[in-house]
Design a protein around this ligand. Structure first.
Ligand SMILES: Cc1ncc(COP(=O)(O)O)c(C=O)c1O
Length: 428
């Protein structure tokens, strides 16, 4: 992303809520109301998407390539998932399974495996024929759910900072996003339940939840989830919950929101194989929900990709049936990597928010005498050969995210050791 594009993205008014526009104005450095820009000729890009330039990941990954820096910006593992799952994909390709359009809802084997997973792990019962939908990653599930359930004028509450596709999908659906900010306190990020409650209006259509939470690493507690559930029931709201990091929990445990009283009938649960099995390129995701909700989401999904990843669906069906030792091993491995990188970041002088889940660590750069995460991340590859991502890109209230920077730890140990060594130059 060029500096001009970045500036456009940073200063564009989201056109959502007055407080949000003001917050972006502050981040952009303005001290008063900005003059309305000359509308000029109609831009090529649909104006709903005007504020979404190239993602920060593209900019930072390009920077990593140009400078030869270690890329801890984007969240993808640098080792592939289990050999037997890869072999399952090869077998499916060779046997001619999934090489042509698979069924619209996904292959029955995978829908059954997803239903069995929800039952075995969380005691949630879903009918594979009517209550499971296979998607092109969680990304398509999020897009389809929002396009299916949100109309222009509807408000969508999302926990800020948020995964970048949420804002774009709410915008594509014509909805208005209403961020509820997670606040750092005592080494972790917390949801303010009063703030969440206050954010609900008569126009609120749904809450878009994400736990374990990217980028903060927060895993919502049972008490927090119970409060969200109570609110959703009381105000008759739908909830779309993105649980792609469900198996990457190191402290505490993941509890699906759908398991709380009154939630199964109003919750669209989303997950995917990318993070759990280290196959982010396969883009196999899924939705579990009531038949009515699945039908609604499928109505939108059929005009996005229709279907995808045929042979990989067979492989993921097998992956979901891997023994518990696989999931425990993944967790233990990533917990160790979390601790390794967190220790390196602490030694380098960052304040570290040790994540309870996901494979990201959020840090505060103020102890290093820095306050602008964008400037810091742009300079970091030259300063010490490491790439990170400024958390501000995940905020509407960009000032709230300004001094925070995210590092991914889903990398080989020697890469993390080397990154920690390089980052220590900052302390010097
Ligand atoms: C919170 C969150 N949701 C969804 C996704 C996308 O998942 P998928 O690769 O399955 O589309 C990601 C990927 O980084 C993510 O962090």
């Amino acid at each position: 992303m060029s500096a001009r594009e970045t500036a456009a993205r940073e200063t564009a008014a989201p056109g959502a809520g007055a407080h949000r526009t003001a917050a972006r104005g502050t981040e952009a450095g303005g001290t008063g109301p900005r003059p309305s820009p000359d509308p000029g000729p109609r831009p090529l890009l649909n104006r709903r998407l005007a504020e979404f330039g190239t993602t920060i990941f593209a900019e930072m990954s390009a920077l990593a390539v140009r400078t030869g820096a270690i890329n801890l910006g984007q969240g993808f593992p640098d080792t592939d998932g289990p050999e037997e799952v890869r072999e399952a994909a090869v077998r499916a390709l060779r046997d001619g399974r999934g090489n042509q359009y698979p069924p619209g809802p996904g292959i029955p084997e995978l829908r059954t495996a997803v239903a069995e997973h929800q039952l075995a792990r969380y005691a949630l019962t879903y009918d594979p024929d009517t209550e499971v939908l296979i998607t092109a990653g969680a990304t398509e599930a999020i897009a389809a759910a929002l396009l299916a359930l949100v109309e222009p004028g509807d408000e969508v509450i999302a926990l800020e900072p948020y995964y970048d596709s949420y804002a774009a999908c709410v915008a594509m659906a014509g909805g208005t996003r209403v961020p509820v900010t997670l606040r750092p306190r005592d080494g972790a990020y917390h949801l303010d339940l009063d703030e969440l409650r206050d954010a609900v209006t008569d126009r609120t259509r749904l809450i878009l939840l994400n736990t374990p939470h990217n980028p903060t690493g927060t895993v919502l507690t049972r008490a927090e989830l119970a409060a969200v559930a109570e609110l959703a029931v009381e105000r008759d709201l739908l909830v779309v919950t993105d649980e792609v990091y469900e198996h990457l929990v190191y402290d505490g445990e993941h509890t699906p929101l759908a398991s709380f009283p009154g939630m199964r009938e109003r919750t669209v649960t989303i997950s995917s194989a990318g993070k759990t099995f280290s196959f982010t390129g396969w883009k196999v995701g899924w939705v579990t929900a009531t038949p009515e909700l699945v039908t609604a989401v499928r109505s939108a999904k059929q005009f996005l990709t229709y279907v995808s990843a045929g042979p990989f669906q067979y492989a993921v069906a097998e992956a979901l049936r891997l023994p518990d030792t696989y999931f425990e091993g993944l967790r233990a491995d990533l917990r160790r990597k979390r601790d390794l990188l967190s220790a390196g970041l602490t030694a380098a002088g960052f304040e570290v928010y040790r994540p309870a889940g996901t494979y990201f660590v959020t840090t505060d750069i103020r102890p290093l005498g820095e306050s602008d995460g964008f400037a810091f991340c742009r300079a970091l590859p030259e300063r010490c050969g490491v790439v990170a991502v400024p958390n501000a890109v995940f905020y509407d209230h960009r000032d709230q995210g300004a001094p925070f920077v995210r590092f991914a730890f889903c990398k080989k140990d020697d890469v993390l050791h080397e990154a920690a060594d390089r980052l220590r130059r900052l302390a010097a």
